[in-house]
Design a protein around this ligand. Structure first.
Ligand SMILES: Nc1ncnc2c1ncn2[C@@H]1O[C@H](COP(=O)(O)OP(=O)(O)OP(=O)(O)O)[C@@H](O)[C@H]1O
Ligand SMILES: [Mg+2]
Length: 619
């Protein structure tokens, strides 16, 4: 019996199975940014299980009402015939089946999958946001919103059907039975219902407001604790543990007080509803008393049905109130997430975007009257570039120097389309980069920055990131060129994985800044794209490894278009051409020898300043 049931349940489960990828996220280039359309966008993808829940829940609610009617009928008939007995058994059996179905829809079909179905699509959409998007917000905050909104949306939809729809059907059926027994009997419940709705209407927004305050306090508290653990180092070095303590206690107090705000509002609401419930019971009993006085047996039958009915309604009133508050709380959380999760993609591929296909001989770079600022609106004085022009022929190796804030790194960001320009055009191989796919653009450019970002994965996976299909030998060759092979062989993480298999970060090996950088450079060597950008790539290294890597880099610069940004001028001596930048403009342009001989030239001045210590020898 149980086995058969189980088999059929599994069959049903397969039929109504929700697949995380059931609506492929590909091409999801827009998400609704208003609450109702946003919820509907996901709800409609699982409409069958939802309809299943609605039908079974509705039927279950009606059946509870029918049971009370059945009790009334028993009293009315004053006897217990076979027909009534079988009707009772049938009602219980149907109730069991319907109830089981509802639970199956809930627990086996809907609940386990819907949260992740939503997360899947939100993740797909968020992962395709521009770099600026991720730079402007805490990664943890975005992740948190993404993970939290999904179950909130799922629960809000579920509770709306499981409790609000359930209660509405139950109450409507009750009223129908009561009304048919005696109009007077329906009256107290009808009046109570109006009062109940009014109380929800008054209190729920209040609960919601308080909950939002409370959840904001919670976020701030989390932020503070995470911040103080992340910054353990300055806290220890400045001996500020007590200071941080005080901040946490302050926030905990605030958190407690806003939590009290929520619970006290809920208490007030419960108190008022308790009073109403008591009045409802008294009123129904009183009407029953009158009916018994005037109608005798029929009155007793009606009262036998009505009293348990309203009793049940009062029992449920607290639960429904709780659920409704929960729905609003969840919707509040979804609303909070919507703002960030549905933000429009600001760097997108054009509909007719083509793939870039340039090689070493055709990968010239041109900035044509490029105007750009980081702000939203173009404010004149905020411009990083104002009609900026630059041409780098294919295969040329260019060194870029200039003061901090001159706009050197911005050139890199614009070239890989981390941001779009406000005006003008950037071309590679004669193609405007806004008209080619971002993927293909970035495949053609290798960027090595001062900081190397490593994943919490094995060393080999980190290097292979530059070329997923690379063989182990290729990886090792690249590591050797980046002077990383030696130290990699000596690594062992705390799970005993050694060398290239050792994991980096969290629970793996910790690498020094210079070691990380060498792995980053190995990754870049492996990628081997026609355009190479080095933004302070070697400045985190000691002079000995810098020299070694410089040689390695010079090796891979062969037949590539190169833009190397550096503060240490000695690293740029081998370049074909040097550019000096100031406040978004190129003020000097020539070979090292030309620039060094410019009277009063910036480059010449810098060169003389830096030609102290070891730089002189290197030069
Ligand atoms: N993400 C950003 N948002 C807003 N403004 C930025 C951003 N990044 C840079 N800027 C501003 O743009 C200007 C150019 O910065 P950029 O990073 O290009 O300078 P840089 O020449 O690379 O300097 P450094 O030598 O210190 O690396 C600076 O005024 C800087 O404050
Ligand atoms: Mg920079």
């Amino acid at each position: 019996m149980f086995k058969l049931l189980h088999k059929n349940i599994m069959k049903l489960d397969r039929h109504l199975h929700i697949d995380i990828d059931q609506m492929p996220a590909e091409g999801l280039d827009k998400l609704p940014n208003k609450l109702a359309p946003f919820v509907w966008f996901f709800a409609k993808q699982v409409k069958w299980p939802l309809i299943g829940i609605a039908v079974t829940e509705g039927a279950f609610a009606m059946l509870i009402s029918v049971m009370f009617w059945y009790v009334g009928e028993l009293v009315a008939q004053e006897s217990y015939g076979a027909a009534m007995l079988w009707l009772g058994v049938a009602l219980l059996a149907i109730r069991f089946v319907v109830g089981t179905l509802a639970e199956i829809f809930y627990h086996l079909v809907y609940t386990p999958y819907v949260g992740n179905l939503v997360r899947r699509q939100l993740y797909w959409y968020t992962a395709r946001q521009s770099l600026a998007f991720f730079q402007n917000d805490f990664a943890g905050r975005i992740a948190n919103k993404l993970l939290q909104s999904a179950p909130s949306l799922r629960d809000a939809v579920k509770s709306t059907i499981g409790s609000v729809w359930f209660a509405l059907t139950f109450t409507a059926t009750n009223l129908w039975f009561l009304f048919h027994a005696d109009v007077l009997l329906a009256l107290p419940l009808a009046i109570w219902l109006v009062g109940y709705a009014y109380i929800l209407w008054c209190f729920v927004p209040k609960v919601q407001r308080r909950s939002t305050e409370h959840s904001e306090d919670m976020s701030t508290l989390t932020g503070q604790i995470v911040d103080s653990f992340t910054n353990a180092l300055p806290i220890k070095y400045f001996a500020r543990t007590d200071h941080e303590d005080a901040r946490v206690v302050g926030l905990l107090r605030k958190h407690s007080s806003s939590f009290r705000g929520v619970t006290s509002t809920i208490w007030q609401m419960t108190f008022v509803i308790d009073i109403m419930n008591t009045l409802l019971l008294i009123a129904t009993a009183y009407v029953g008393y009158i009916l018994i006085q005037t109608q005798g047996q029929a009155g007793i039958a009606a009262t036998a049905m009505a009293l348990p009915m309203v009793f049940q309604a009062t029992f449920q009133s607290g639960w429904i109130m709780f659920e409704v508050s929960g729905i609003f709380e969840n919707l509040g959380r979804v609303q909070e997430g919507i703002e960030i999760l549905t933000r429009k993609h600001d760097v997108t591929d054009q509909k007719k975007a083509q793939d870039l296909a340039v090689d070493r001989t055709s990968s010239d770079i041109r900035f044509d009257a490029v105007t750009f600022n980081y702000g939203k609106k173009s404010e004149e004085n905020d411009l990083v570039f104002d009609k900026f022009n630059l041409h780098i022929p294919a295969g040329q190796k260019v060194g870029l120097v200039g003061r901090s804030g001159a706009g050197k790194s911005t050139i890199t960001s614009l070239l890989v389309r981390a941001y779009d320009v406000q005006d003008g055009a950037i071309e590679i191989g004669g193609k405007n980069i806004s008209e080619i796919t971002q993927e293909s653009l970035r495949r053609h450019i290798t960027v090595v920055t001062q900081e190397s970002y490593l994943f919490h994965r094995s060393i080999i996976d980190n290097i292979r990131y530059g070329k997923p299909e690379a063989s182990e030998d290729e990886v090792i060759a690249a590591a050797k060129r980046a002077s990383a092979h030696e130290f990699i062989l000596g690594l062992e993480d705390n799970r005993g994985r050694k060398g290239y298999q050792a994991h980096v970060g969290e629970r793996g090996v910790k690498l020094s800044g210079g070691q990380k950088q060498r792995i980053g450079i190995a990754r870049a060597i492996l990628k081997d794209a026609p355009i190479l950008i080095l933004d302070e790539a070697t400045s985190a290294l000691d002079s000995e490894s810098e020299h070694a890597i410089q040689t390695a880099l010079e090796g891979i610069m062969e037949d590539k278009t190169v833009l190397a940004i550096a503060h240490r001028l000695s690293t740029l001596r081998q370049m074909d051409r040097i550019l000096v930048m100031e406040a978004g403009e190129i003020i000097e342009d020539g070979t090292h020898d030309e620039l060094i001989n410019l009277p009063k030239g910036h480059y010449a001045k810098l060169w003389n300043m830096q030609s102290g210590g070891f730089l002189k020898e290197a030069a």
